[in-house]
Design a protein around this ligand. Structure first.
Ligand code: AMP
Length: 446
């Protein structure tokens, strides 16, 4: 009997696995440009870490966590996001005392949320993110927003929508919370049960409600921007002005509150609509936080972070053909003709791999037709064919699978011939050679 995959999870293989690798590689390279270092934290953490950081009023903590008691009766949770774990690590490893500030980390890995599965929404999904902790300057926030913007451009996105809002400082939020309570008090009886709960724990969350009638009411609610203290307002204005100066387009959305409780000041989301109109929700999101580190036992240091959803990036990039370079590519397909040639093909493949060629070899007795089909499936450039005659003559047939030209070659000349062929290919692709000009004998077209 087949065993089903767990609802909301998915296997990632072939094109999708290569796509994920490519996306992660680009994101890591951009994080590196901005001087972030990798951190790997455990997938399991004490439940309390998330209740204290992500927050009791968030949907994540209220309904979406994978929480269980381990054999020692400890309450353990599969991480729903990685920021909390990074903060815990900074505190436990005393990084705030031993490193220069800000502490700049990037991470990549799986997260778990018991959400209703739908397009772009899984119960196990992967996030790539960065956290910069320890500097209060709004330029620190800008650095992370710009990293996010650059990352999307390096991934090939031509237009993304950056949506921002400010949640202000503590005082701004307390004033705003009061204003929201006054406004919603008259309507709360007709609102959904979630909103009734939100009204008591954190009325800001009501602004995020997806129930149409509640959403309608939220549209007319007081706006956060009218409750920002002068310093919070000035901070937000400096950020919007700098985004203007750098030509980064953005939209201010008064109803943006984000699903996690720890944010203050700037919060942001990157959205993208594919050419055919597909929208999987935010592809990346983040914000500034003031008391997250102290909430998990560290000093009062503020920080800022962003997280991208790898599945969502992949979905929209695939749709809009931004993953062309991630096709499978093989340099050489080694083809044995007849049972006896298999051992020779096997050892030839090992020699070629030791010389850094990407090689696939057929280790079964297959017809010519089947062998060429397989070479096509792995997108091979060259085929090396070995049969009884070639073994007897210490030769191999080398066939260019694009031009279909083929020649017999003594085995002794194989590596030097391949080196020549592949170097020429490289030059064709890159349009230049690596030689210094004075010693270069290549013919450049100007
Ligand atoms: P969040 O931690 O909620 O701010 O989410 C950050 C990013 O993770 C989002 O912008 C999405 O791209 C991605 N994401 C969040 N939840 C899911 C999910 N259930 N399935 C897939 N991706 C998700």
């Amino acid at each position: 009997m087949e065993i089903n995959i767990v609802k909301g999870t998915h296997d990632v293989f072939d094109d999708e696995a290569r796509g994920f690798d490519y996306i992660e590689m680009v994101l890591k390279a951009v994080a590196d440009l901005y001087s972030f270092n990798q951190i790997r934290t455990p997938i399991i953490e004490h439940t309390e870490l998330f209740t204290r950081s992500v927050g009791e009023s968030s949907d994540i903590v209220r309904k979406e966590m994978y929480t269980f008691l381990d054999k020692g009766d400890r309450s353990i949770t599969l991480r729903p996001e990685l920021t909390a774990g990074v903060m815990r690590s900074i505190v436990l490893n005393k990084l705030y005392a031993t490193k220069d500030l800000p502490i700049k980390n990037y991470y990549v890995g799986p997260c778990f949320r018991y959400e209703r599965p739908q397009a772009g929404r899984y119960r196990q999904f992967n996030q790539f993110g960065v956290e910069s902790v320890g500097v209060t300057s709004p330029f620190q926030d800008l650095e992370v927003i710009m990293l996010g913007y650059d990352a999307l451009r390096y991934l090939g996105f031509k237009k993304v929508n950056l949506v921002i809002n400010s949640l202000g400082d503590k005082e701004s939020r307390e004033n705003y919370r009061e204003a929201l309570k006054n406004y919603f008090a008259a309507h709360i009886d007709e609102m959904c049960s979630d909103c009734k709960e939100r009204f008591n724990i954190n009325p800001l969350r009501i602004l995020d409600c997806k129930v149409p009638s509640d959403h309608e009411l939220a549209l007319n609610a007081p706006k956060m921007r009218d409750y920002l203290t002068p310093s919070a307002k000035a901070r937000f204005e400096l950020i919007t002005k700098t985004l203007d100066d750098y030509g980064i387009p953005y939209e201010i959305d008064d109803s943006l509150v984000r699903g996690l409780d720890y944010y203050s000041h700037i919060i942001f989301e990157f959205h993208y609509q594919t050419e055919s109109g597909v929208d999987v929700g935010a592809i990346g999101a983040g914000g500034h936080y003031d008391s997250l580190l102290s909430e998990v036992g560290g000093p009062e240091l503020s920080g800022v972070g962003i997280a991208f959803g790898i599945e969502r990036l992949y979905a929209v990039m695939k749709e809009d053909n931004l993953l062309k370079d991630t096709e499978v590519k093989t340099d050489i397909y080694v083809m044995p003709i007849g049972e006896k040639a298999i051992e020779h093909a096997f050892s030839l493949a090992q020699v070629l791999r030791a010389n850094a060629y990407r090689v696939e070899v057929c280790l079964e007795n297959k017809s010519f037709k089947q062998l060429f089909k397989r070479a096509e499936h792995v997108n091979a450039q060259l085929a090396l064919i070995i049969g009884d005659n070639e073994i007897a003559n210490n030769e191999v047939v080398i066939k260019d699978l694009h031009t279909q030209k083929q020649v017999n070659l003594p085995l002794d000349n194989l590596l030097s011939t391949l080196d020549m062929m592949f170097n020429t290919e490289e030059e064709k692709h890159h349009g230049h050679c690596d030689h210094e000009h004075h010693e270069c004998s290549c013919h450049h077209e100007e």
